[in-house]
Write a protein that binds this ligand. Structure first.
Ligand code: PGA
Ligand code: ZN
Length: 423
């Protein structure tokens, strides 16, 4: 009886950008109480599951989520009450049936994920295990390498840089704790450099700095300088990763990049030169979400040199990931729970990706909350990589702090380091 759902209640809260999002409180018969919160993206892919918003201009500029909240309280709760939280797959299936559509547009992926995530955490508590251990069992053995977004452009910042994210990747550390320290010290060094150059030190949505700079290369030069001033060897202690978020620069005529219009193959040439000149280990969304042909070309040309991560092209959706595997587009998948909407489907996406010999990167969204489920998820599935923002701002730090605690309490886990990028 202890593991059965006694009550399920949602409410509207705010995310890190101050936009409304969904919180769910779950209570079990045995008295266990769980709180779950979902994030929200800004550079959202067209193929993502639907984040249900009220579109009522009188509240939060139309971004209210009272409809999604109501769906949890009035539609989902009556059906799930009395069910066992340990039956994740069947409860998730019930959620899909209740919604009935392929994109979760009726109930909202925000409503559905908040419930699915609460159920998972509830089951872990019933088993008296930390979430990563309940979910990953004995298989969970590595702590992920963090990809820390320290310089922002694109849709995440009000500056003139068109690459969305420049990330520090502390691969050379021996432990997660050391990795975080290395990245944090270089982040602080970067701040000093910006101050000396009289550049803005205001930050973007994920905590990275958002200065106006001459070019993308100027940004990369600053990052290298920051690493060196932080006492690190670029390419050895720490490397770089980029998220181009190419959807955001795609128009009918081509990709708007560095003041001109570029074709897919021209962008690929540009990346080719960039990875020759800088220690870049990974490029995410180098091309747009439906540009399969050029994704194939990019993988052919760069795939044996760096990690090519698909975010908007795959949207954590097994159908799209399978197409990518079949057509050899990319060699890694970004995993965002709210792109697909349930725990079960997320785990299926991860399994499919790993079976193909590809890497996964578990990811936050640009609009986040204090929820730390993704930290546990990354450890549980041996993802070996996690992307959750700068080493600054509470909602980002919450995930890194959770990983620090996991590492501290569980000496059986090893920091992935360079292994994270081996295929
Ligand atoms: P988003 O950005 O959460 O705004 O979609 C993150 C990303 O593109 O990876
Ligand atoms: Zn992305």
């Amino acid at each position: 009886m202890e593991d059965r759902i006694k009550s399920l209640q949602a409410m509207e809260i705010l995310d890190s950008r101050g936009n409304p999002t969904v919180l769910v409180e779950l209570e079990l018969e045995g008295g266990i109480q769980i709180v779950s919160r979902v994030p929200s993206g800004a550079s959202t892919g067209a193929h993502e599951a639907v984040e249900l918003r009220d579109d009522n201009p009188e509240r939060f500029g139309g971004k209210g989520v009272l409809g999604a909240v109501n769906n949890v309280n009035e539609v989902i709760a009556p059906v799930l009450t009395g069910q066992k939280v340990t039956d994740q797959a069947s409860l998730d299936r019930r959620l899909l049936e209740l919604d009935g559509g392929p994109h979760k547009a009726k109930l909202g992926a925000n409503a559905i994920l908040a419930v699915s995530q609460a159920v998972l955490e509830g089951a872990a508590r019933v088993h008296n295990q930390p979430l990563y251990r309940y979910l990953g069992g004995l298989n969970a053995s590595v702590l992920p390498v963090p990809l820390l977004n320290v310089l922002n452009g694109g849709a995440h910042a009000d500056n003139n840089i068109d690459i969305q994210e420049f990330m520090f990747v502390p691969v050379g550390a021996a432990t997660f704790r050391e990795a975080l320290r290395m990245a944090q010290e270089s982040y602080q060094a970067l701040k000093k450099i910006l101050q000396q150059k009289k550049l803005r030190t205001a930050v973007g949505d994920e905590g990275g700095f958002a200065p106006d700079l001459q070019s993308n290369r100027a940004a990369l030069d600053l990052l290298i300088q920051a690493m060196e001033q932080g006492g690190l060897k670029p390419g050895q202690d720490m490397v770089l990763a980029l998220d181009i978020a190419a959807n955001e620069i795609k128009r009918d005529s081509g990709y708007f990049f560095e003041g001109g219009v570029k074709t897919g193959p021209e962008l690929i040439d540009y990346y080719h030169r960039l990875i020759h000149d800088y220690p870049i280990i990974s490029i995410e969304d180098g091309l747009a979400e439906d540009d399969w042909e050029n994704w194939q070309l990019m993988t052919e040309r760069l795939g044996d040199q760096i990690q090519l991560v698909g975010d908007d092209i795959f949207v954590t959706n097994t159908d799209r990931i399978q197409r990518g595997i079949d057509e050899i587009c990319a060699n890694a998948v970004l995993i965002k729970l709210n792109q697909i909407g349930t725990i079960t489907e997320t785990l299926q996406a991860i399994r499919l990706t790993h079976q193909a010999g590809w890497r996964t990167v578990v990811s936050h969204r640009s609009g986040e909350t204090e929820d730390t489920t993704i930290a546990d998820l990354a450890v549980a599935v041996n993802s070996a990589q996690i992307k959750t923002g700068a080493p600054a701002r509470g909602e980002r730090i919450a995930k890194y702090n959770r990983l620090l605690v996991i590492e501290h309490k569980d000496p059986s886990l090893e920091y992935a380091g360079w292994e994270a990028f081996r295929r």
